[in-house]
Design a protein around this ligand. Structure first.
Ligand code: PMP
Length: 386
């Protein structure tokens, strides 16, 4: 299979698996136990935490390991909101947050929290002017993703951090699609809390972290002694060691930039190739705007995503219609709806997400096969419309 669904998940890297196996075999003791095996586990946990802190430029004490980004997102929002000073009650989410995160927004609203969605512009970028108008002195918290999982568009974290800072509001950033794809430093990002998940960058599934700025008032949601009392429960040490190994293997900023440039070039070859082969039919959302290097979110005419994915499958290519978590349904993407994209166009959206494993022959195979399969369908659709 040619795998073009890296935004959904990635394969665990060999270095990650070989770092994890010895933990299962030999470091299975509870890191809270006082005996020697427990202390060995505790040392491994501390080493993994130190690696995360070094790669993501934060303090070890700022790392809270979780079961992934969904939990980290919930923990950040609920934890910061519960500790917000009196009078700060409003919570703002961008309208294009991950579907799971918007469920939390709905749940909070149903529980009586004044929740508002920050709009995006028709091109998918956050409407900064609207954000500026809404981030006031009664806002407890703003939750904004660093990069959108569907369009790949980068969100203006620094600008929103400045707005939130000026208003005295907290900022949570869901960096799940960003960490591992572009260099990231917690020290300079301006957010109070940042979530990410290891399986998006060749780490194991079911493990992630919340980076929480030291000194920020926070109310734990799972009570227990672990993670300095901020997230109770016996640590998933194999997963945590795997997460650290996955971060470590990304290399330094220069190596990450080089890999990002390589993917962006492949992605651009894919997009320009498709546009040239099917003139006038291909629309790419976010093209020309700052976005993740490997993400291409597009439609071919109004051919349904289902049809497109079926033809891709015939070519041995695995991709998806928008987010994995919401695919399978026939609902148009909430991200495209927030951009004001009509339903028929939104239902045609397919996300091709390249990754570290993507190579030029993958893209050439797609370009050699897909236009040939789609041309007759486009002609049919045109004839039907005439
Ligand atoms: N946020 C974003 C932006 C995501 O893309 C994802 C993964 N689809 C998540 C959160 C949730 O991550 P996890 O499933 O690892 O909890």
């Amino acid at each position: 299979t040619i795998y073009l669904d890296h935004n959904a998940t990635t394969a665990p890297a060999p270095e990650v698996l070989s770092a994890m196996w010895p933990v299962y075999e030999r470091l299975w003791a509870n890191a809270s136990s006082q005996h020697a095996p427990g202390q060995d586990a505790r040392r491994a946990l501390a080493a993994a935490r130190a690696t995360v802190a070094r790669v993501l430029r934060c303090k070890p004490a700022e790392v809270i390991f979780t079961s992934g980004a969904t939990e980290a997102n919930h923990l950040a929002v609920r934890g910061l909101l519960a500790a917000a000073p009196a009078g700060r009650t409003r919570v703002l989410f961008s309208a294009v947050e991950h579907a799971g995160h918007l469920r939390l927004a709905r749940a909070l609203a149903e529980a009586g929290v004044p929740v508002e969605l920050l709009p995006v512009l028709p091109d998918g970028r956050l409407d900064l002017q609207a954000a500026a108008e809404r981030i006031g002195p009664d806002v407890a918290l703003v939750s904004l993703m660093a990069a959108n999982n569907e369009t790949g568009l980068l969100m203006p974290v620094a600008e929103v951090a400045a707005l939130a800072g000026a208003a005295g509001a907290r900022l949570h950033v869901d960096a799940t699609q960003y960490v591992g794809k572009l260099p990231f430093g917690f020290d300079a990002c301006g957010a109070d809390a940042v979530s990410f998940s290891a399986h998006k960058f060749h780490g194991p599934k079911g493990v992630g972290a919340l980076l929480l700025r030291q000194g920020v008032p926070f109310s734990p949601q799972t009570l227990g002694s672990q993670e300095r009392g901020r997230r109770g429960g016996t640590e998933n040490l194999p997963g945590i060691v795997g997460l650290a190994a996955a971060l470590e293997r990304l290399g330094d900023d220069a190596a990450m930039q080089a890999e990002a440039a390589r993917q962006a070039e492949l992605r651009d070859t894919l997009e320009t190739g498709l546009m040239a082969a099917l003139p006038g039919a291909v629309h790419v959302w976010g093209r020309g705007l700052p976005r993740l290097p490997g993400t291409s979110y597009l439609r071919v005419g109004c051919l349904s995503a289902e049809v497109l994915l079926q033809r891709l499958e015939r070519l041995g290519i695995a991709a998806s219609a928008g987010a994995a978590c919401s695919s399978g349904g026939s609902e148009p993407s909430h991200v495209l709806r927030a951009m004001g994209v009509p339903a028929d166009e939104a239902l045609a959206a397919v996300r091709l997400s390249l990754g570290q494993g993507s190579q030029a022959p993958d893209i050439h195979a797609l370009l050699a096969g897909l236009p040939r399969l789609l041309r007759p369908l486009l002609q049919e659709a045109q004839a039907a419309a005439a």
